[in-house]
Design a protein around this ligand. Structure first.
Ligand code: BEZ
Length: 219
């Protein structure tokens, strides 16, 4: 069963490079990003993890904890972290889950349709996870999901932008237009009439009766 937007993010207990993680407890009051990658010691994955490590200060500034997942074991994750830092120049200080028993991959639907589980001799290659991303709110609800194939590395600048949009619109009658970036005007929800919108957000830029922009600060 797919994990959908507004589902409660599946909770789990798992071993990781930061020790045992009880996921909801570990998230606390933060936003969270849980993201899977196919395998340790692979080229695209190394560039992705380096990109996440380089953004450490950005995640912290957004009260967001990041955690990686793959079906490789913790010992491999620890060794691979050295390669990630050597390549990207920033330590991968976020935890990586040892999901060798596929608990998290199955709970979050991170496996491709054709994954294969032989009864004997299973290796991580049989059940490599695809490139999923889940942004989770402080209330533990899933706010955003995305899935990329093995052959396409993710754009973590876009994930940061999407996180900014999620945070800016959480519990606020606003929405981010196409290609929005922080600092730009946002769309006022149709639940507010013009008078209510002006009272809440100040002057509106009304392009169409249903497309009204307001200047807003970003959380
Ligand atoms: C990669 O990250 O480059 C990769 C992952 C899985 C299979 C092949 C390549």
């Amino acid at each position: 069963m797919a994990v959908r937007i507004n589902d409660t993010a599946p909770d789990f207990t798992a071993d990781s490079t930061a020790g045992t993680i009880r996921f909801h407890e570990w998230l606390g009051d933060s936003y969270g990003i849980i993201f899977s990658h196919p395998r340790d010691f692979t080229p695209v994955c190394t560039t992705e993890f380096a990109a996440v490590a380089q953004l450490a200060a950005e995640w912290t500034a957004r009260n967001t904890k990041v955690i990686g997942v793959s079906v490789d074991g913790k010992a491999d994750h620890e060794k691979w972290k050295r390669d990630i830092e050597a390549f990207g120049g920033a330590p991968a200080d976020f935890p990586i889950i040892d999901d060798s028993d596929l608990t998290v991959a199955k709970a979050y639907d991170m496996l491709p349709a054709d994954y294969y589980l032989p009864t004997e001799g299973r290796t991580p290659a049989h059940s490599a996870t695809v490139r999923t991303v889940y942004i989770i709110g402080p209330d533990k609800k899933v706010r955003l999901t995305m899935t990329y194939p093995m052959s396409v590395g993710r754009n973590f600048a876009e994930i940061l932008r999407a996180l900014d949009a999620v945070r800016a619109t959480d519990g606020v009658p606003l929405a981010a237009p196409a290609n929005w970036v922080p600092g730009q005007d946002m769309i006022v929800a149709l639940s507010l009439n013009n008078e209510q919108a002006q009272e809440r957000f100040g002057a509106l830029d009304i392009k169409l009766p249903y497309l009204r922009f307001a200047k807003v600060g970003v959380k």
